[in-house]
Design a protein. Structure first.
Ligand code: NAP
Ligand code: F7E
Length: 327
């Protein structure tokens, strides 16, 4: 019999790639979505458009324990991928309360509902390199202490600790992936990589003049979301639950990303990029670099995309997007 997966955050970048991945593995895929998503499918479900007839979406809320209990009792999933979150770090400085509420309480509610009604389900928590924040060592491993620099990072440390505690206290199969930044043509427009590749396409087609950015000296370890969702599945399909860093082990600055993206359409970024101090964060995460040797060794996980292939994929896709949509 095919396995059942429940994905929270199924409408997001990772949720959509994970859905495709699990469908290929013959899973029955269920997703928790906000009610409004079902009312405005063409906008809110754009990443899932091509698979909508193969999955089941359920309206529900991460803010309501009762709605999560109902859903878990109804679906009885074998695996739960908890990806739903307020995931934009910058916004977490503007709305600390809803970020904490969704990210921390949402995680707690699901874990608690599983403990009461379906303790046999396997649970994946979407941890983040933002938990390392002001890094205590380079590169960062599963053992590196956390020092989050935003409420987003703090909410993810809380989710990570809750997940670990449910594993240790109740012997449940719960684990966290500590995923470093991963991007794709399906990345939200507010994140820096997509902001850049979308702007590159618009500038190339003459509908945008310049690109305002904040701290372009920030450094990240950037991978492709398609590669990273496979790691989530590998983590839930082991003998014993454990936490894993997922990264590329290579670091580039935002400036490197910008330079390469503009060069792919034969433009010099220096002519178009303007630094706007308003886009700086109150407390920045300056530099992240992951050490994913444990995942390579124990999960046999490996990424297919290099940094160059990732940027090429995103620029090409945004050139097509702007050409078709006109914006
Ligand atoms: P994303 O594209 O921003 O997707 C976030 C998802 O969460 C969307 O489906 C969104 O639904 C849902 N969501 C947000 N608030 C919600 C709420 N109050 N109730 C129910 N659903 C809610 O994020 P992503 O890049 O796919 O990331 C997936 C997960 O991995 C997130 O937890 C993120 O924090 C974490 N993460 C991401 C990265 C990365 O580099 N991408 C790295 C490490 C960890 P709507 O469509 O309705 O808004
Ligand atoms: O910023 C700098 C900014 O918003 C990257 C999320 O998926 O990955 C993501 O968080 C860097 C930062 O991603 C702009 O200051 C400069 O240093 O694309 P971002 P993020 O904050 O790294 C982690 C792992 C997650 O878990 C999160 O969910 O780029 N930057 N100028 C800018 N960033 C943005 N967004 N916009 C700018 O104009």
């Amino acid at each position: 019999m095919s396995k059942k997966a429940l994905i929270t955050g199924i409408t997001g970048q990772d949720g959509s790639y994970l859905t495709e991945f699990l469908l290929k593995k013959k899973y029955k895929v269920h997703g928790l979505v906000r009610r409004v998503a079902l009312e405005d499918k063409s906008h809110r479900l754009w990443r899932l458009r091509h698979v909508l007839n193969k999955i089941t979406l359920h309206p529900g809320s991460l803010e309501s324990y009762a709605s999560l209990v109902k859903l878990i009792q109804k679906i009885k999933p074998d695996e739960v991928y908890h990806l739903g979150a307020q995931s934009y770090v910058d916004y977490s400085f503007k709305d600390e309360f809803s970020t904490l509420n969704t990210n921390m309480n949402g995680t707690h509610y699901i874990l608690s509902a599983l403990k009461e009604f379906l303790p046999s389900a396997r649970f994946y928590f979407a941890g983040s390199s933002e938990m390392f924040g002001k890094v205590r060592e380079v590169p960062q491993t599963e053992k590196t202490p956390f020092y989050p620099r935003s409420v987003y990072g703090i909410s993810k440390v809380a989710g990570y600790d809750l997940t670990r505690n449910y594993r240790e206290a109740y012997n449940m199969y719960c684990c966290s992936g500590i995923l470093f930044n991963h991007e794709s043509p399906r990345r939200g427009f507010e994140f820096v990589t997509r902001k850049i590749t979308h702007a590159v396409a618009r500038i190339k087609f003459g509908i945008q003049k310049d690109l305002k950015l904040g701290n372009i000296d920030a450094k990240r370890d950037w991978g492709h979301a398609k590669d990273y969702v496979e790691a989530m599945w590998l983590m839930l399909n082991k003998k014993k639950p454990e936490d894993y860093v997922i990264s590329t082990g290579k670091q580039y600055s935002v400036r490197d990303f910008v330079k390469l993206a503009f060069s792919l359409v034969d433009l010099d970024y220096k002519k178009y990029v303007k630094i706007d101090k308003k886009l700086y964060r109150p407390s920045e995460v300056k530099s992240l670099l992951g050490d994913c040797r444990k995942a390579k060794r124990e999960l046999k996980w490996k990424q297919k995309y290099t940094f160059k292939k990732l940027v090429e994929d995103m620029v090409k896709s945004d050139l097509d997007f702007v050409k078709k949509q006109g914006y």
